[in-house]
Ligand binder design. Structure first.
Ligand code: ZN
Length: 533
């Protein structure tokens, strides 16, 4: 790795990554994590190789107390240090009877991070105390934690807003932390309203003021969409410690996204963030954490999203294959992602040929023409194969003359009843053939798709035990109004997984049950075709 030669001489050749997914990241609306989830996430962060994992605020809730107890006994972290988060002592309070500080010490981590007020407005109005007392709260707390052998990082809340209005007090807050032994002062853009040129200038001022007396950190929120850019600006001005969350999780618009800022710093500026060989774990860690938190990853996320290196341009595909670096800003494998060719009706012959090779299908010219014709017709009807990789594969296989011979449907019926209690029940009956054996089964469900799925699985269970491993994970219905001359059409996308891989199928019809059935049938067929290990 070579460092960008245009960077100023004080720019570090490596920075520390401080992950706050388990504390700030969990402030995001609609996400909650159990202690078990948090332990699994911590393992992923260690696997990725961040320097610090902020585990939570011990004492704020019983969950975080349990987390620290179990993290320190159950986890075998090899690259990351666990950090407990808290705050300075209360105004006019004493350090030795402050519950927050006591909880920090009892959490048992070697490093702690405390939040401190560096904006005079907050000290005077939120804390209702004097600036002298504001500075003392910081120095007393750091001194006390140092006396208990803790490494102390201080998050300077609202630092940029504070510095713009009263730089003397903002710097005084930093000094209060540094002279009492804080290893890091982390400048926080808590309201997230700053822009890169302001951050670069203010961090530069701070660096000129404190030099290397403490490590300058940066903690940005993404309210201007600049959290990553602001963090990079801070590093260019002398910051050596970057805080953020995986997938940018966090309150409001989120925090600095580590899955973007790490490759930006490491691959674009040549500033090392992770131990050697770890960057290629980024995509898998990002997906894993998204899954644990049940928070789907944005497909367009830079570097790690499923679309980050997906090419749709049919005409250009053969050119892309010849010279990938002409169309991709980095080699996707370096971050553990991969190039993908997206097939839609715009697809040219080259895209389909590549796709067929990927699938190991021997397709000649006429078979490819057949697929192109089918795609055009079906996409006109409302199909959307870009999103449905499994249905596309089945369509391509059929063009080679293949037909699924796992099972054959004779008939299917769904009945929905409203009971006197006002509740709805749905029951499906399927009649299906496997070879020359006929199976008839009834299944109940909370809706028609669920009922058909239950009945069909019951019918096929003895012939195909592998169906046990296939789970439907998501079901999206979209009404395509006016997309065709025939009126409203329903498009159903079904996501399924067998634990090893996930796939998506599609069904389109004027009838929602039929559309669902098409997607379901293809989903199970695809699962049987790819049983995994
Ligand atoms: Zn924050």
């Amino acid at each position: 790795m070579t460092t960008d030669p245009t960077l100023a001489s004080h720019v570090p050749s490596s920075v520390e990554v401080f992950d706050t997914t388990l504390r700030d990241g969990l402030q995001v609306e609609g996400v909650s994590a159990t202690v078990e989830d948090k332990l699994r996430i911590a393992e992923q962060l260690d696997f990725l190789g961040v320097h610090f994992i902020e585990g939570g605020w011990p004492g704020a809730n019983p969950k975080d107390i349990e987390f620290f107890q179990r993290a320190l006994t159950e986890l075998r972290l090899t690259t990351s240090a666990m950090v407990a988060f808290g705050s300075t002592r209360k105004p006019k309070g004493k350090v030795d009877d402050d519950a927050t500080l006591r909880n920090l010490i009892e959490a048992g981590t070697s490093a702690v991070c405390i939040v401190a007020k560096s904006w005079d407005y907050h000290v005077l109005n939120a804390l209702q105390t004097t600036l002298d007392e504001g500075a003392l709260m910081i120095s007393d707390s750091v001194e006390y934690l140092r006396a208990h052998d803790k490494q102390v990082l201080v998050d300077m809340e609202h630092f940029f807003d504070g510095y713009k209005r009263n730089p003397e007090f903002a710097l005084r807050a930093l000094e209060a932390a540094i002279i009492t032994g804080a290893s890091h002062v982390v400048l926080c853009d808590t309201n997230g309203g700053s822009l890169p040129h302001e951050v670069e200038q203010i961090v530069g001022d701070v660096y000129r003021h404190i030099g290397d007396d403490a490590i300058i950190g940066i903690h940005c929120h993404d309210d201007t969409g600049c959290a990553v850019a602001n963090s990079m600006a801070a590093v260019r001005a002398g910051g050596r410690h970057v805080q953020g969350t995986v997938n940018g999780l966090g309150e409001r618009t989120g925090n600095c996204n580590l899955t973007t800022v790490i490759p930006n710093l490491q691959m674009k500026l040549g500033i090392e963030c992770l131990p050697a060989g770890r960057l290629e774990r980024l995509t898998s860690v990002s997906n894993h954490i998204a899954e644990v938190l049940n928070r789907p990853l944005n497909p367009q996320a830079p570097y790690v999203g499923s679309s980050a290196f997906a090419h749709k341009a049919g005409l250009h595909v053969s050119a892309i294959v010849r010279a990938k670096d002409a169309y991709e800003h980095i080699d996707p494998e370096l971050v553990g992602n991969g190039t993908r060719f997206v097939v839609s009706e715009m697809a040219g012959r080259a895209t389909l040929t590549i796709k067929a090779e990927e699938l190991g299908l021997a397709m000649d010219g006429p078979a490819i023409n057949q697929v192109i014709d089918d795609l055009k017709r079906l996409e006109h009807e409302g199909y959307h194969f870009e999103a449905a990789d499994a249905s596309l594969e089945l369509l391509m296989r059929r063009a080679t003359g293949w037909q699924q011979d796992f099972f054959r449907m004779e008939s299917m019926r769904v009945i929905t009843d409203e009971l006197p209690s006002g509740q709805f029940t749905t029951e499906a009956t399927v009649k299906v053939w496997v070879g020359d054996q006929r199976f008839v089964q009834t299944g109940e469900g909370n809706g028609p798709v669920n009922a058909i799925d239950t009945a069909l699985r019951a019918a096929l269970a003895s012939a195909f035990p592998a169906l046990d491993r296939i789970h439907l994970v998501d079901f999206k219905v979209r009404i395509l109004d006016g997309a065709t001359a025939t009126g409203a059409i329903t498009r159903v996308l079904l996501d399924a997984t067998n634990g090893d891989r996930s796939w998506t199928t599609i069904g389109v019809s004027a009838n929602i049950i039929e559309a669902s059935w098409r997607a379901l049938e293809e989903s199970l067929v695809f699962g049987l075709l790819h049983p995994g290990e």
